[in-house]
Design a protein around this ligand. Structure first.
Ligand code: PD2
Ligand code: ZN
Length: 283
């Protein structure tokens, strides 16, 4: 197929609007290339717009040294103080672990019911105004628990910490997301742009623990397009992916999305994990 060599003005406006809504430059470049735009033109256009923010350029890949996560050293049956959790599948690069029965059916129901009345449309912070606004790449509704908000949330946080061996204080508040039909979370990285990491607030995000709270009738898979991996939601199962190492490098292979739900609805809980303690300052 002939590659398109010029960026029309309307596309330029769309790129700027999408960037301002918080979508990653890499995801925009991927979308442009998929639509048939010349890869080099796509990268240089994004470069011109975002200035010195890092962008994946062909041949100039930021280094990422894989380190074996603690959770990967424990074999196929993971034991916490109150249960045994089976590893269903594992990918090395990027590191992705799929776990069965992390939560019981009752725990999934309880988490959904505790969140339902607190759901709000997902938002991002507008980098220009600093104000919260609707997130275009993320059409789900969501809410966030405080760390150790109650005994039930504490138990879930402890279980995640026992498995990953990151302290509970490295975790952001547990988030619950609810996607209706057609709702999605477009391709993104969970880590912060490397120039925007606050060392006083736990530093870079290094891993994500995602728990599926219901079975989805169709769609709603979590997809890692660069790894060719697609995870079908199953109530109580979880996926853990790690994309940050001890040197503060991040793994671009961890790009991922939640594809639109086509039948039923989808409920998930997400714990984003930082390098260090979020709740005490670094000094
Ligand atoms: O709901 C998901 O499957 C999903 C996909 C990608 C959630 C997140 N990212 C996230 O919460 O970061
Ligand atoms: Zn994500």
């Amino acid at each position: 197929m002939e590659k398109v060599k010029q960026i029309p003005g309307a596309l330029m406006d769309w790129i700027i609007k999408t960037l301002n809504s918080g979508v990653n430059p890499e995801a925009i470049v991927d979308a442009m290339i998929r639509k048939g735009y010349d890869p080099r033109l796509s990268y240089t256009t994004l470069f011109r717009i975002v200035g010195n923010k890092p962008i994946d350029t062909p041949g100039v890949q930021a280094p990422y040294e894989y380190e074996q996560p603690e959770i990967a050293k424990k074999g196929s049956i993971l034991r916490t103080k109150d249960r045994e959790i089976k590893v269903l599948s594992k990918v090395e690069k990027p590191f992705i672990l799929h776990l069965d029965q992390f939560l019981s059916d009752e725990e999934c129901e309880q988490l959904i019911e505790l969140s339902r009345s607190r759901l709000k449309p997902s938002t991002v912070i507008d980098p220009k105004t600093g104000e919260e606004k609707a997130a275009t790449g993320r059409t789900s509704k969501g809410m966030s628990f405080y760390l150790r908000e109650n005994e039930f949330i504490k138990d879930i946080e402890t279980r995640i910490s026992e498995l990953t061996e990151f302290p509970v204080e490295n975790g952001e508040g547990l988030q619950v997301l609810n996607y209706g039909i057609g709702e999605e979370y477009k391709s993104h990285f969970d880590y912060f742009p490397p120039g925007k990491v606050d060392p006083e607030k736990g530093g870079q995000r290094v891993g994500t623990f995602l728990i599926y709270l219901n079975d989805v009738l169709a769609g709603g898979e979590t997809v890692f397009p660069k790894a060719g991996v697609s995870i079908v939601p199953k109530r109580g199962s979880a996926v853990y992916f790690q994309y940050g190492n001890s040197k503060g490098e991040v793994d671009r292979m961890s790009l991922h999305s939640s594809v639109p739900v086509s039948e039923g609805e989808k409920w998930v809980a997400t714990k984003w994990i930082r390098q260090g303690n979020i709740y005490t300052s670094a000094h």
